[in-house]
Ligand binder design. Structure first.
Ligand code: ATP
Ligand code: MG
Length: 347
């Protein structure tokens, strides 16, 4: 645990600006006096792109590298062609800083509405591989624009890449009370990648005799996430499967307003980045309607990553208490929720 935090702040687009302000409010309130917080804001996103044509330069990466961690709001804008900011900023940063662990906890907190029947126990973490699978840009098009166009998007799976994320997931599972890890893949059809994942998973499992292991095909996993989410503790899965099941996980465990995530470089060679799962939500931007809870919970993940466990727990407790009280109350503004959470963590 460090006595200072040098944080890069990227509010980004749309509601990113609004929710990050509240995340910082809560972060300042929770830190003890003797932990020095320094923040530097970066203007990445649609405005920078429109003004300069840049998304993320090498100089930007050098600047970001100096920080202990990054807090991101959201990047994305209807006025920017699809893919430009996703590939030019989000994926570029993920590959440059080797954010190979994408961490997405799902916990259904008391008082939070779920589309599922009753109030099921939901408390699991998805460890999604972040730098391989079909996201590497390994593919191409031939006969483009013709009736005979062919497109490939190759899923890249390396023993190195799979083993490091599987090891990270085992360590996380071992640190949780239930100590259970489920591999989600499609190894009956995607047999080449599936066998690599399964073999490495089984090899590492032998080193963790106290962790219960389980395997589920990704299609079946979508069923269980709805019918029996309580069976999951930690899930490890590939990049694309992880993308899809974590949106479903967010939907069943309180929705996009409370879903937090971390893009983690476990070796700490590069700063890790924490962000709400939701996007820039242009439909509600600038109206004070965005729920900052997902960002505040992302700040808790950030603090835990930096070793400030007690402060992270205080934020999570504050969010639980706040959500438990919300039912039946009139909807509050973004800054009202931020103020309430800041007051709770400080008090
Ligand atoms: P992106 O491409 O940036 O991910 P998107 O349109 O796919 O954007 P979101 O920006 O996450 O997805 O928005 C999806 C829906 O969820 C929108 O209707 C939006 O208003 C709503 N939404 C997203 N985040 C929040 C939030 N923090 N609080 C309340 N509603 C939200
Ligand atoms: Mg989206």
């Amino acid at each position: 645990m460090s006595r200072s935090i040098n944080l890069a702040v990227i509010p980004g687009d749309g509601i990113g600006q609004e929710v990050v302000a509240e995340g910082l409010k809560v972060l300042s309130a929770v830190l003890p006096q003797d932990v020095k917080l320094e923040t530097k804001e970066y203007d990445f996103g649609a405005r920078r792109y429109h003004a300069t044509g840049e998304t993320l330069t090498d100089a930007d990466l050098d600047a970001l590298k100096q920080h202990d961690a990054i807090l991101l709001g959201a990047i994305g804008d209807p006025g920017v062609p699809s893919g430009v900011l996703e590939r030019g900023f989000l994926l570029k940063l993920r590959f440059a800083f080797d954010h190979h662990v994408n961490l997405r906890p799902s916990k259904l907190l008391p008082g939070v509405a779920t589309p599922l029947a009753g109030q099921p126990e939901i408390d699991f973490v998805v460890v999604r591989e972040g730098t391989e699978g079909p996201y590497t840009g390994n593919g191409g098009t031939i006969r483009k624009g013709t009736e005979h166009e062919v497109a490939t998007e190759v899923s890249v799976n390396t023993a190195f890449g799979v083993e490091r994320v599987v090891r990270d997931a085992f360590a996380r599972a071992q640190a949780r009370p239930r100590k259970k890890l489920t591999l989600v893949h499609k190894n009956n059809v995607l047999t080449f990648a599936g066998h690599l994942w399964t073999n490495i998973f089984n090899k590492v499992a032998a080193e963790y005799p106290d962790v219960t292991t389980d395997y589920i095909h990704v299609d079946a996993a979508t069923i269980y996430l709805v019918t029996d989410p309580g069976r999951f503790d930690v899930i490890v899965t590939d990049n694309l499967f992880g993308d899809i099941i974590t949106d479903l996980a967010a939907a069943v465990s309180g929705g996009i307003g409370v879903a937090a995530s971390g893009n983690i470089n476990p070796s700490r060679e590069f700063p890790s980045m924490f962000e709400p799962v939701h996007g820039s939500a242009p439909d509600i931007a600038g109206q004070g309607k965005a729920d900052p809870t997902a960002t505040v919970l992302s700040v808790a993940l950030l603090l835990r990553h930096l070793g400030h466990d007690a402060e992270a727990a205080r934020i999570e407790d504050a969010v639980s208490a706040d959500l438990a009280e919300r039912g039946g109350l009139p909807a509050r503004s973004t800054s009202d929720i931020g103020d309430a959470l800041a007051a709770r963590v400080a008090g």
